[in-house]
Design a protein around this ligand. Structure first.
Ligand SMILES: [Zn+2]
Length: 656
């Protein structure tokens, strides 16, 4: 009983550590199947002993905890800050007090509450008095710990934001135009409205603490409070201690950092606050502002006039979107020559003509935006053909918003299939760096890429590419190197890259191990199936044959073969291996092998199979704890399947 209790405690600790790492977006420290196996073991032990610890993962099933999306009052109202565009006003406010300068992040404010070291509640800011409970998303947002070493009552406020990089990528993949987001802030708040935590998690929302609202013990210095949060494991907003006197220089420096375009987190200003939080709390409340809580600095947008050269239309996953290309102008330190016009409705709203003068700003110092139009002559031409595939276009009017957007009518348009290209260049595929979705879409719209093989012919366009905005000779040289390197490819990665429905890495491995790439090629050419290969089956086999029968896939595949050198891999003759034809289940810790994956690889190399659960087909259950009362051992005993230790396995079947 004692050893069982110990084992339960050990399992709870291991499983919780693995979940924490997973939910905090760190590297996975335990593969899923192993987690499941340990979880099963724990459930069995708990049932048997009746000993269940409060923290046990069997008692809280991941995401489905608390949180209801209900409105709730804030314990400490979250008032907004007074704003100014004048540095002098900030200096006056600071007076002789030590102050802190930090970013005003552009996302959605969240308030987190911890008790006894556990995160117990997440509320959105809402109207400052009433927020929405989104505690159920706690595992889906990064930047804060689920558990902290501090045991008292702690309330922390911060901004949940999405980076510009993720924003661009996510927006490109949203197929319904009505659901696209105007900026990272809208995306962040739209995301936190979603009900599916997995969907939220995929969008990489990150929390950045900016105020420690409450702590049981006194801690007066704002700087110390932020440092304390950092020690507890929170992401904390960047900050700098300063004074009224040094403020203009500091603001200048921070502003330049934003203007350089190197900040990937969206910011829409700066905030100053007093280091003395007692003094800060002593202010009064006027309107919606607490007079001493802090002061926000917003940048004055610098609007510059320029002449429209033309409108460039480019096709992405779902829409053909307009970009204004104008005479290059200097705005806030950088040269700007393009600004997105979003859609046809925006062109009409602004009153853009065939010729006109545009008034352009950089929203949040980053995104060029056309805000007004003067001297418009004529109406701009809406293209009748898709710039990528030349199929006819059509204007779509949204039922919800009335927004007019332009679309390509060809379902096979290369631009619509850009997701396949991302799989093609991914790590498991051809492993080519430097070809993001955005980059590939630009190359498609420039007419450089129509099929996979065109990636290997990009060289012909490197001259033009190095002239394109955002590319230089160095990035083109890197791209070339990465593409050239990828020409030599392992057959499994190549098969994965082809995007054959139902054929992933695992199926690729099985095919290559059984018949080699030469065999794969031969069967494709002859129209033979693959169902005789262990683990492929009729459905996958049919999928491959059908895929190759499609004229476009077929010719694209042959084109690729001319560009690539597929590595030769020996066919594994497993029919005479020591485990040939036998099915094993491996459970518990292994000692001789590094882990169960390595063990499994040996069994497979000897023609055997490893499955997750004991059944009539199982030949042996390998468990170093031969006498264990686990459910697998019980099942094996019931079915009369021999339970052997790793040592016995090695004696009988070799290896290690
Ligand atoms: Zn098209």
């Amino acid at each position: 009983m004692e050893t069982e209790k110990q084992r339960i405690e050990e399992l709870v600790k291991q499983l919780n550590a693995a979940s924490a790492a997973y939910y905090n977006g760190q590297d996975e420290i335990m593969p899923n199947y192993e987690w499941d196996a340990l979880f099963d073991e724990l459930t069995t032990l708990e049932e048997k002993t009746g000993y269940i610890i409060k923290d046990s993962p069997t008692q809280n099933a991941g995401y489905e905890e608390s949180g209801s999306g209900q409105k709730e009052p804030h314990e400490y109202p979250a008032l907004s800050l007074a704003k100014t565009k004048q540095v002098e006003e900030l200096q006056q406010w600071a007076g002789a007090y030590p102050i802190w300068l930090s970013w005003k992040l552009d996302g959605l404010t969240l308030v987190l509450t911890y008790d006894n070291g556990n995160l117990v509640k997440i509320l959105t800011r809402g109207n400052g008095n009433l927020g929405t409970n989104i505690t159920f998303l706690k595992g889906a947002i990064g930047g804060f710990p689920q558990k902290i070493s501090y045991q008292g009552h702690l309330v922390v406020r911060g901004e949940a934001a999405i980076s510009y990089t993720d924003f661009a990528q996510i927006n490109d993949m949203i197929e319904d135009d009505d659901e696209k987001y105007a900026n990272p802030r809208n995306l962040a708040s739209g995301t936190l409205n979603l009900e599916d935590p997995a969907e939220v998690k995929a969008r990489h929302v990150r929390f950045h603490a900016f105020t420690l609202v409450h702590l049981d013990e006194p801690m007066v210095s704002w700087g110390e409070r932020m440092h304390f949060l950092e020690e507890l494991g929170f992401d904390v907003v960047d900050r700098e201690a300063t004074t009224a006197q040094k403020l203009p220089e500091a603001i200048d420096r921070w502003t330049k950092l934003v203007e350089s375009g190197k900040m990937d987190i969206p910011v829409d200003g700066l905030v100053i606050c007093y280091d003395d939080t007692d003094y800060a709390a002593s202010g009064s409340v006027t309107g919606h502002h607490a007079t001493r809580a802090g002061f926000a600095f917003k940048w004055q947008d610098e609007a510059v006039d320029t002449k429209l050269k033309y409108i460039e239309w480019s096709c992405a996953v779902s829409t053909i979107s307009p970009v204004a290309v104008f005479e290059p102008v200097q705005i806030e330190g950088t040269t700007v020559s393009r600004a997105s016009l979003c859609n046809i409705s925006e062109i009409e709203r602004l009153g853009i003509g065939k010729e006109c003068t545009l008034s352009v700003i950089k929203a949040n110092k980053i995104i060029p935006k056309c805000i007004a139009v003067k001297d418009a002559v004529g109406a701009p031409e809406i293209p009748s053909q898709c710039p990528v595939c030349h199929a006819p276009t059509k204007v779509h009017v949204s039922e919800n918003s009335g927004t007019k957007t332009l679309h390509c009518t060809n379902p096979d348009c290369t631009a619509k299939n850009v997701k396949k290209f991302t799989r093609f260049v991914s790590k498991w595929g051809m492993d080519i760096d430097g070809l993001s979705i955005q980059t590939m879409l630009r190359f498609m719209n420039a007419g450089f890429i129509h099929e996979f093989a065109d990636i290997f012919r990009l060289k012909e366009h490197f001259g033009e590419i190095s002239q394109m905005e955002g590319f230089g000779e160095k990035s083109v040289a890197n791209m070339e190197q990465s593409i050239e390197k990828s020409r030599q490819v392992h057959p499994v990665n190549f098969i994965f890259a082809l995007c054959i429905p139902l054929i992933g890495v695992d199926a690729g491995k099985k095919i290559v191990a059984a018949i080699g790439f030469e065999g794969f090629l031969q069967r494709l050419h002859q129209g033979d199936g693959f169902e005789d290969i262990e683990g492929i089956g009729a459905e996958r086999s049919r999928s491959i044959v059908t895929w190759y029968q499609n004229e476009k896939n077929h010719s694209g595949f042959e084109d690729l073969l001319h560009e690539l050198s597929i590595e030769h891999v020996e066919v594994q003759d497993t029919s005479s291996g020591s485990c040939a034809g036998l099915s094993f289940v491996i459970t518990g810790d292994v000692h001789h092998y590094k882990n169960r994956d390595e063990f499994k690889a040996y069994v497979e190399s000897q023609g055997g199979k490893v499955t997750g659960s004991v059944s009539k087909k199982t030949a042996y259950l390998v468990n170093n704890d031969v006498e264990s009362a686990s459910s697998k051992n019980r099942k094996a005993k019931e079915l009369g399947i021999p339970i052997i230790s790793e040592d016995t396995f090695i004696e009988q079947f070799g290896g290690r």
